[in-house]
Design a protein around this ligand. Sequence first.
Ligand code: FMN
Length: 306
Amino acid sequence: MNKIKTEFLGAKVSSPLVLPAGVMGMSFSGLNYCVENGIGVVTSKSLTLVERSGHNGPVIAEFEGGFINAMGLCNPGIVEGLAEINEFKQHSDTPVIVSVFATNTEDFIELTNYVNKSQGDFIELNLSCPNVFDEFGIPLAASKDKVAEIVRAVKEISTIPVIAKLSPNVYNISEIALVAEAAGADALCMINTVGPGMLIDKKMVKPILSNRTGGLSGPCIKPIALRLIHEVYSKVNIPIIGTGGVTNGDDAIEMIMAGSTLIGVGTAVYYRGIEVFDKINQEMIKFMDEENYASINDLPKLEKLK
Ligand SMILES: Cc1cc2nc3c(=O)[nH]c(=O)nc-3n(C[C@H](O)[C@H](O)[C@H](O)COP(=O)(O)O)c2cc1C
């Protein structure tokens, strides 16, 4: 397994695979289960200042190309969430990314103050909210000013590295990535779910999700993720956690070639079970053996776009 050991922002990781936010819930035992099955880094559910019960069900559904979800950011709130993370860290040296979500800069600052007092290794800002707008009516995820303001404010007080998680649902993701980098982000995580989309229950003649619409994840979004990661990789100088539709070792290798340092594996858990992380680790090693790469760090990247 030495072949897949790597480093991320100064932390040693046993595998480049990352559990992305929200996919395995939040509990200490859930995160631990991922570690037992070969994950390198775990991310918490996005935590808010106050607990949220999320949307009414159905909140997730499968279709041919992947999954659609509108969980509604259900989470136990920052205090309880960090207690689970602290418990996890008592038993594991696996790095933890604490994902936080807010709709304004003040709340992001308050969340950061909580995270500073926790055992979390990195803080990830979920900047993907489509329902919050800046003064010009632009959604937070697409507002360069808001993204800059939030990242700068968090970076000023955070005692741990700051990761900005970007939405693919914007006109020009590179602009947002560059603004996040300039504001001090230490790394990027991309992409969050694509959409929103909608599925229809033909017999009931109504949308399948109670929220009507939701974000797409899984295999159907991989080509979008690869394209966006490569575009952003061509522009920024900070590492990228490439996420979106990775289901097997080949997908993971493609993510690295597009420009990722680490690789998120989320929806694939629903297809291949919790063993998916070990399986992808082995599949990456098989590819490297066949192609004579001694280490994951030796894998080439696509030429940057001009
Ligand atoms: C059920 C579910 C819940 C999610 N919850 C969050 C969340 O709380 N915060 C966040 O930033 N992303 C969340 N995501 C997005 C994932 O972290 C990831 O960016 C996305 O699913 C694409 O990766 P994948 O195709 O490997 O699943 C969620 C995704 C799913 C499927």
